[in-house]
Structures are given as C-alpha cells and as structure tokens.
Design a protein around this ligand. Sequence first.
Ligand code: ADP
Length: 542
Amino acid sequence: MQGLMQDWPLLLHKIIDHAARQHGSQEVVTRSVAGPITRTTYGAIRQRTLRIAKMLAKNGIRLGDRVATLAWNTDKHLEVWYGICGLGAISHTINPRLFPEQIAWIVNHAEDRLMFLDTTFVPLMEKLAAHVPTIERYVVLTDAANMPQTSLRNAVAYEEWLKETDEDYVWPEFDERTAAGLCYTSGTTGNPKGVLYSHRSNTLHAMTATSSDGLMIDYRDSVLPVVPLFHANAWGLAHAAPMRGAKLVMPGPKLDGASVYELLEAEKVTMTAGVPTVWMMLLDHLRRNNLKFSTLQRLGVGGSAFPESLIRTFEENYGVDVRHAWGMTEMSPVGSTGTIKSTLGQLTHDETMALKAKQGWALFGIEMKITDDDGRPKPWDGRAFGRLKVRGFATAAAYYRGDGGNILDEEGFFDTGDVATIDPHGYMQITDRAKDVIKSGGEWISSVDLENIAVGHPDVAEAAVIGVAHPKWDERPLLIVVPKEGKSPQRDDVIAFLRARTAKFWVPDDMQLIKEIPHTATGKINKLKLREIFKDYKLPEG
Ligand code: ADP
C-alpha cells in the first residue's frame, strides 16, 4: 500500500521561492568583482532568477542543456545558478583555477551551449574561444558601462541581456531526478570526470550537510562561503542559506586574509567555510595585526585535513567552534563532520580537540565502510585502516557520459580513493589518499598524520610528506617544510619533534625546505608536483 501524501518534487527553484516568501527581505551582500560592496535580498534575487530562466529559454536553452559559469561567489553567480536549474537546464560551474587546456577540455566534454562569466575571465575565454565551438553565446556578468570590448561570440553584458525580458515566468515542473548541476573533479590522474547532481540530491544534501550535525546554519546566521560555488556547490551553503533564511555574504574574487576578515567583521558573519589554506592566510592576518573576531562562531573546514594545532588556535585563541568536514565532489560534497556526540560522555578539552581533528561521523544519507583491497570489511576499531567506500542519496552512481565505467561495488558503494580508520563511535579518520600512502617495509605510513604533526612545530608554516624510493624499505617518508616567516626550522629539531609524537618507523628520514608548497585547483597539496620537484632527490645514507 502506498502512502497518501502529496507528491511535491524536490526541485531547487523551490528553495529560492521559499526564501522569497519567508525571508524576502533577508540580505545577500557581495564584494563585487568591480570592487564595491553591493546589497540585495532573496526577494529581489528570486525576481531576477525568473527573468534569467525566461531569457535562457528565449536563447533556445532547453531542459537538459548545459550552461557554463566561470565566476566568483557573487549574488549574480547565485541568481544565474538558480535561473539555469529552475528552467531544467544544467548549471556547469567551472573552476577557473584549472589549467586553460583543462577548461577547454571540460567545456567540450560537457558541450556547454552558453557561458556566464565574470569580466576577469574574458581574456582567458578569448584565448580559448576557438577551441570551444559549442558555446553559442557569452553573457558577461556586468552592466553596459563596465562591459569590456571583446571578440567573444555573441557577447552581451548581463544587465543588458536581462533587460530583453521580464519576470512573467512560471517555473516548469519536472521530475526531481532531473540533472541540475555538473561539476568536474580536478583530474590529477587522467582527464577530469563529470559529477552530475540532481535536484533531489542537491536538495537533500543541503538539508543534511548544513543541519546541526553538520555545518549548522539557520536564520540567525550570517554565512560567508569562502568555498566557491564551483567547488562542489559551495558545500551546500548556497542552497542551505536561502533554504534556512540565513544572510549570505559573497566574497567575490578577494580571498586573502585581510579581505575575508574585513567582510567577516563588517557583515557580522557568524559562520564561514573554506579550505585550510584560506584559514592559514586568515590566521596569519589576525596574528600580524593582533585582531579578534567579534561575531564569528563557527568555521567549516574541509577539502584537506585540518591539523589539530590549527583547530586549537581557532578554538582556544579566537573562541570559534571548528567543524572539520570531509567529503568529495562525488558526494555533493559533504560526507561527515567531527561534531561531538553527547553519548561520548564528559570529555577533557584535549580529548575533544583530538576528536575534532578526525574527519568525523557520517551524516544521515551516507553509509560508510572500510575494506581491504579485495573488498573484505575491516573493523571499526579506530586502528585498522582500509579503503573508504560510501553510498547514499547524494553520492555519484556514475560519471557523466559513463566515463570510468561502473564505479560501484556489488553492494552499491563508491570507492572514495581515500584510506581511513573508523573508531567504535563511528568517527572516521582519513590517513591518506590511496595513491599518496607511503609503503615502507610492507607497512603503511600516513603522510597526512605526519603533516598534521609537523605543522604543530612552532617554526613550520606548512608541511608535506611524500614517499621516496628506498633500496631496502621500498619507500621512506621525506618531510618538506615551508618555514614560518622569519624562522629557519632545523632538520634535526623538527625530526625530533616528530619522533616524540609518532611511531618510530613513521619518522621521516629527512627534511627539505621549500619556499612554497604547490596546491591543486581545489587547494590541496599537489603531491604529483612535489614528487616531480623532488624526483632527483636522494635520501641520506644510513
Ligand atoms: P577534487 O576535485 O580535488 O577531487 P574534492 O574536494 O572532491 O576535490 O576532493 C575530495 C578529496 O579531498 C577526498 O577524497 C579527500 O582525499 C580529500 N579531503 C576532503 N576533505 C578532507 C578532510 N577533512 N581531511 C582530509 N582529506 C580531505
């Protein structure tokens, strides 16, 4: 027997409709690409999303067509995003930090028909235009006065384009499983792969990922997503803020410590989220200028491990609750957060900090398992590590156009490519990417663990650990360190610091200094590049 409840498809435009109805005067504040701070409301944004959808339809965009965006976090990007998927087209957010050839590759792979882009990216697309023939029109996210001279095909200033129509438009109804967004993984090995979100998966993901178990936001919050819309839906924040009526503060292109701090304070931000490198820049700015936060309560961080020493700095020195989250593009992206369960009883401060450094427990809608290479389950004892596999309502079942073939095991789990432990309370800890784990004498050494410990050393700003070939042990760890400004960390001193905090055979054989650690387009340590830089490096004898 079926239930007798209404069929109310989970469509993303219902989020912006709800925001306009219930929180119509709530603000969306932007540091615009042109520079000035601009202000609008959910009510006004909804009117513009209707206009966008109507105008896209007039330009021939239909259900299922791909529309690209190459833009920073702004109110314009947000409204375009809702307009595209409201129409039933697919919003393909492109990461501008990818190499130009990769951008061309994914535009062609997605067969994008129209592109919205910030003025900043006009020169880039002019160079690529000849290689991306599927794009019929470029809409530059600016007004007539600021429109650059450009050779881009059918280029038009966004505000002029919007004037060609009105908001007399009714959202079409379609199945909630319809594709809404397309986001490519960064493809450090092989070509990038397209992850195709649905209206249903994005709606459910936003509800759980930003609930109190997760990144936690509601109508009392002022939310600043430093994490870009092009990095897996800004981790659900751009859906959840209007869904819950939170004020949204969009940082535009300026993500340096000073600019982020200025916005956090000026807009009374209570919750912000981004990758560790952004928070390191912010901390540096705070320290140099002896600053504190006056309103910030919570900091969401993920994309790479956030070391305990940094969690402590935010919690102990600045009174900010750190929500360390783990996930991936294929998971929409949030999978787990390290909030403290009440069933753990009374924990000491040190125990709490150590627990928060783990990647946390799976949110509702995610099932996890760890297995050996043959798929046999490993125990949840906090020690055994295995390949981390997941399934759930917002996890990819396949890549766009079937790339990579069948990506699920016989139980429907997706292999994340991460290696992890899970403790008896369900707290998961990433020990490595499977391809970065260091195999030494038949044992595995976690490069992430060593990096987290090394940044706790007072002279170390950032650290990376890679495996280097060794005649006897196969591989041994090499520690690579960026010194803090004005400091010169000594090899023996840093190695001794690690020796005091880890198993003997994990201790790196050597340390090298580097001015800057290379990062990927999503802010992760670029180990491929590091291995290339150190390819001729030889470990000391002995
Ligand atoms: P990419 O496009 O670079 O794959 P993702 O954000 O999808 O970007 O990358 C997902 C990967 O990032 C995860 O599989 C994991 O290795 C790493 N990651 C994400 N969050 C964390 C975290 N909190 N700690 C450690 N690693 C993380």
